[in-house]
Design a protein around this ligand. Structure first.
Ligand code: ATP
Ligand code: MG
Length: 571
């Protein structure tokens, strides 16, 4: 490919809407352009990277036993009715009707579709296991599409689904995918952590997210400073913190005017926030009131909370009327005195506190010397881990401190069990001739998000620094003055030689000033630049510049090829 023919419009300035570096650089380097909110066109350079990431994914999926298929993007509502997700999937699902009034959605994921596909054909355990995947556009009408390809509405996903005859088989498939994902992200040149994750709306058994470490990421992960434990902040398990034993003082109601926040309360009573108990009132999408209590300096983990409530898809802040009707008082809540039948969920750490402060369920009043073990009606409450992890919390495995990092969820693997196969009647006959539901897993990678993550991790003030495996071109031959025939001719020869070597190389033969070209090369981020200028023509001296280190190596015409091979191996 010649740069003179390449459609790669680079920009000197950053578009205002691009907040994070990957978004800015994808624009500036001419990799993509926006078409509508959360929807993008890929230009040739961007698409080359996408194709390379897809290539790596394909190789690893095939090596792990996957077979590539392609399913339609539009999915009939009937399939989603069968799984119950037509009603359960919220506004993120883009729905539409065809000319006959039949309802469809743009596939946000394909569990239903593939289960329907496989149930019609798989009859016997002898046909199992099966692993099928596709690489295709998904559509999710995200509440806040942002950060370019990181959170878009239409995005490319590789989704693989595994079907096994039993849980043991499912776990083997899961492990194969886990290992394949580790290889994929390693080959893409990314620093990542597989972390234990919540299953979210997909449901089923256990899950890992593959999180690429980057400050701009929307995920927060907790990693143990001593053992290998790592989990997303939503998932990170926490043991109860047992407070030092104190003499239990008698419960006492005190006037606390205007102290409707934990900070004001702690200030007023002159106690640390860790001696108070904080209440958050929620209402589920079905309207049920849920009162959550954590230690004053802790935060409620809404994912853990929702997992404890049957039949809830969403939690919203509760209306004051609902709190009052339950015997509570907004800003001054306590489990003591709440009406029977109201859902009260208390973090297990709270149950190990002594002489703490809670609201008194009336305006401007609190209880002092609350010892939950003694004062809460244990029959009426649920005690569980509902707290959000924070820096320094104890690792649930070894007790060492956890440290928090930010990252980008580039992929996720799930075991699904029989959730979809049972709902949709996808069965097979086992060895004994008995009908059994298929045991499933599903495994997704965001291709565009992986590309964005790579840029977040690999860039400097001049532009992108691609890992070689996913660079749009591995190397560029930059002709310093392409208006000079001898330089251009020399460049053509070098370009031909590198291509002959099997190197994915671009010839920058544009009749631009050298400065402009070099700036573009740095911005686009080709791993290696081979510079052909007067020195090459006159003295046979070729300059190699490594984008990552900025190192410049000069070599002779005879030795340059060996040197190029050597350098590329390290990038
Ligand atoms: P998130 O929590 O970031 O919304 P998710 O957990 O809903 O993502 P999955 O259903 O696990 O996403 O989808 C598999 C992969 O698809 C994700 O790991 C991610 O790489 C990618 N992906 C999901 N949503 C988007 C999006 N809006 N834009 C780009 N990629 C996405
Ligand atoms: Mg996910």
């Amino acid at each position: 490919m010649r740069a003179s023919n390449l459609y790669a419009p680079t920009l000197r300035n950053t578009p205002a809407e691009a907040e994070i570096v990957s978004h800015q650089l994808m624009y500036r380097a001419g990799l993509m352009r926006k078409s509508a909110g959360g929807m993008y066109n890929f230009l040739p350079l961007g698409w080359r990277t996408i194709r390379k990431i897809e290539g790596i994914i394909r190789e690893e999926m095939d090596a792990a036993g996957g077979q590539e298929i392609m399913m339609p993007i539009l999915q009939p509502s009937e399939l989603w009715e069968e799984s119950g997700r037509w009603a359960a999937y919220g506004a993120e699902m883009m729905r539409m009707k065809d000319r006959h009034g039949r309802e469809f959605c743009m596939g946000p994921t394909h569990e239903e579709m593939i289960t329907a596909l496989v149930r019609d054909e798989v009859r016997s355990y002898k046909q199992l296991p099966v692993m099928l995947y596709q690489i295709q556009d998904k559509f999710r009408d995200e509440r806040r599409p942002r950060f370019g390809l990181m959170r878009s509405r239409e995005f490319i996903m590789k989704d693989l689904y595994s079907f096994d005859k039993d849980v043991e088989g499912m776990n083997e498939s899961y492990q194969k995918m886990y290992d394949a994902y580790s290889r994929i992200f390693t080959r893409c040149g990314l620093e990542f952590r597989p972390v234990e994750a919540d299953n979210g709306a997909i449901g089923g058994g256990h899950s890992h997210e593959f999180t690429v470490l980057a400050e701009a990421g929307e995920s927060s992960i907790a990693c143990c400073t001593k053992c290998e434990y790592a989990a997303s902040d939503e998932k990170a398990e926490l043991k109860a913190i047992v407070a030092e034993q104190e003499e239990m003082l008698p419960l006492e109601k005190v006037a606390t005017p205007g102290t409707n926040t934990i900070e004001k309360l702690a200030d007023f009573l002159n106690v640390p926030t860790a001696k108070t108990i904080k209440a958050i009132a929620y209402q589920t999408d079905k309207g049920e009131l849920v009162l959550a209590f954590v230690r004053g300096d802790h935060e409620v983990n809404e994912v853990k909370l929702i997992n404890l409530i049957e039949d809830a898809q969403e939690l919203n802040m509760a209306e004051d009327e609902a709190i009052n009707a339950a015997g509570g008082c907004p800003g001054f809540m306590s489990p003591i005195g709440i009406k029977e039948g109201i859902k009260v969920i208390v973090d297990h750490t709270v149950m190990h506190m002594y002489n703490a402060v809670t609201g008194a369920n009336e305006v401007d009043a609190h209880y002092k010397n609350v010892t939950p073990e003694r004062d809460f009606n244990k029959e009426a409450i649920t005690v569980a881990d509902i707290r959000m992890v924070a820096e320094g919390d104890a690792c649930p495995k070894c007790g060492a401190p956890l440290t928090m990092s930010r990252g980008i969820e580039a992929g996720q693997v799930f075991t699904l069990g029989t959730k979809y196969s049972e709902a949709m009647g996808a069965t097979f006959l086992d060895e004994a001739g008995k009908e059994q539901p298929l045991v499933m897993g599903c495994y997704g990678i965001g291709v565009g998000r992986t590309m964005a993550a790579a840029i977040e991790q690999h860039n400097d003030e001049d532009g992108i620094i691609w890992p070689r495996a996913i660079a749009p071109f591995e190397a560029v031959v930059a002709v310093v003055n392409a208006k000079k025939d001898d330089q251009l001719q020399y460049g053509e020869e070098i370009y031909a030689e590198l291509k002959q070597e099997g190197i994915d190389v671009l010839l920058d033969d544009r009749k631009e000033r050298a400065g402009v070209k070099f700036k573009d090369c740095d911005l686009i981020g080709y791993p290696l630049r081979v510079t052909i200028g007067p020195k090459a023509v006159e003295e046979g001296v070729i300059e190699l510049k490594i984008r990552k280190t900025g190192e410049v190596i000069t070599c002779s015409r005879e030795e340059y090829l060996e040197k190029v091979r050597e350098i590329l191996k390290t990038l």
